[in-house]
Design a protein around this ligand. Sequence first.
Ligand code: BTN
Length: 260
Amino acid sequence: MSGLLTKSLGRDVRYFEIVDSTNNKAKELAGFKGLSHEAGLTAAEGMLVIAEEQTGGRGRLGRSWHAPYGKGIWMSVLLRPQVCLEIVYQMTMITAVAVMRAVREVCGIAPEIKWPNDLQYEGKKLCGILTEMSAEADRVNYIVVGIGINTASAGDLIPPQITHQMTSLSEITGKPVSRVKLVQEVLQELEACYDSWLAGGFPELLEEWKSHCNSLNRQVAVKTLHEVYTGWSMDVNSDGALLLKLDNGEIKKFVSGDVS
Ligand code: BTN
């Protein structure tokens, strides 16, 4: 990719017209722990898998992610940080910050972060992030950060029943978006955030995350697989968990769910 200013992210690009899921492909190319990695048979940190279309795009909580041809940025980045499992969740938060910065820079709009990891604009979803990993004992073997950004008109993009919840960059700005420029910016911002994270900069990144989060300090409903809880969203901790003061005064911690 000419003009890319990163050291490692996106230096090895695996482009596909059609793939089931860029996350699946990245995991396949990452290979398995042990010999194949040592022998250099598996992809190195920074590999970018990107596709025009995903036929089996995946979202959080086992959902599918609609990713039609040319209508968005469907990308996954392979990372191999020497970190323990407990902090991997932070990578999703960092990615949200990086994509938010990139969209602001390239498109001149300021999306908000909706807990846990969506980017929204005026209450509609613009981007989703799916982080997956492989680990051995308590050490990370690799992390795959999957990013889906809707760039084309939401009417084309989304099955009719959920169109009202989704938006796209061209719908917001009224202009076509250069996907190449945006991918480059995402990679550059992601590398900057990742380097800062590895150097111990998570507290600052978390503050930036919170300052753009639209799910904090307000009355919300959190829907989990089985129940809906209502209360005051007090904070998000460094594990990415949402702390909710329930209407009965109890404080409850959520690691996943949907907030509204
Ligand atoms: C969500 O909001 O539920 C997360 C959606 C993540 C979608 C992206 S598109 C690129 C990558 N490949 C996938 O299969 N999913 C992620």
